[in-house]
Design a protein around this ligand. Sequence first.
Ligand code: SF4
Ligand code: SF4
Length: 497
Amino acid sequence: MSETTAKQDDVLRVDFGFRRELAEKVEGNLANYCYQCGACVGDCPATTYSDTFNPREIMLKVLYGVGDELLKEDSVLWQCTNCYNCAERCPQEVKPAEVIISLKNMLADRGIYPDPVEKVIKAFEETGRTVPINPAVDKHRARFDLPPMPPVPVDEVRVLLESSWGRADKGGDGRRPRVEVPEPAPARSPKELKRFAFFPGCLIPARYPAMESAIRRTLGRLGIDIADLDGASCCPDPIYFKSKDKLAWLAVAARNLALAEQSGLDIFTNCSGCTATLSETYHLLQDESLRAGVNDRLKRIGRRYHGISRVRHVVTLLRDEVGFDAVRESVVRPLEGLKVAIHYGCHLLKPSRIMQVDDPNDPTVMENLVAALGAIPVRHRNWYLCCGKACQAEEVPSNMMHDLLGAVHGERADVLCLICPTCFGQFDHGQMKVCKEFGEDFSTPPIYFFQLLAFAQGVPYDELGLERQRFKPECLRRFERAADPGGDSFPSRAQAE
Ligand code: SF4
Ligand code: SF4
């Protein structure tokens, strides 16, 4: 009898071929430990905002081997927001989000992707970046005294994307070329401990250079020494490219980490997605057999990953290397009375065992940073919701953002402070769509934390690049005008109402 799923006369036959194929994917076998308790369902935003998505049911379908119900066009799998709440809640450490990603890898093997996902994957495969670079990008960067985007050695990336060695082995005498594999740099001396390799990723340097500029300006004032990484590619992104091929995703991320190892430095990022990719790679490649497989690929391009450089999100540099007091002392323009709603997003905090940034159920790092600027941190009732960018079913992110923005608006917050460029795009451009769809006007300007910090450190409003936002935080101008005889022409939201 063939191993196809048969559902005849109410008899359900397990498709062991499907289960075997899934088990070969990185972490694809975790569903085997599911005992169907349903703990992953309660805090799942895709379940809350969709009639058809349920992670427990997806795990059950995996256990029953009914792959054909999951591996199809318009699969329910694309409704997952990659928020990792399920991984936090599961008592069996199943990581449903990772099983779902492995299932998406199987969809990709069959050539099935939603269009937006395929577009991002293609851009990455062609350029090593997910955001296309053109002269306008470099012109925009020059406005903030930033150099042109550095080139990515795309040939190296392409070799790592080979699904087998077959194609790469072609040419020459058919043998693999001999390559010199560099060793990592020796350990740093104590005086170098405030020096970190900077991994800016794609989105911030290409689309939001004002954010990169703010990071460089503010960290310089706080005693953090930034070393630029030559030859880094996209992290690669933890949503789209990871959905195609998790093993290739690990190999490209390990190449980026290997660059940091050669510099002998720990690596920091300014994007929660980059932190997620690089931290998960660091974590997963502690498994020796997985690391050996990845190093087999890296050897082809003369590189090796050792697992030395640790990965940090830039907010943890402020908390752990600089300290909240030093941040407070750097402020020359205290933002007294400014109500700052906080959006943590998903990937800064979860999966918490990997990210190790803060308590995912009661984080405080952003509240403390906002308070250090003299502002009033606001935790609204929907603080734990995500931006929804990973979800490919429109109604899930728009309803979720509507509820989140409604809660922020209800608190009369002046701005929504966040720490990830993807979340920023959702709450700036995406907010327009949500307001239009629901006929509401939240008018809540999002702001990247380091631009707010730069402003509090005295950088003029007009140098922060905020004029390009759809929703501009003009309310900040009142802190510049407070000393003017003309007085305060930009009141807080509470004053205005
Ligand atoms: S929480 Fe874990 S064990 Fe329980 S249903 Fe979900 S995946 Fe299965
Ligand atoms: S990652 Fe988030 S949206 Fe996806 S299944 Fe888990 S809890 Fe639900």
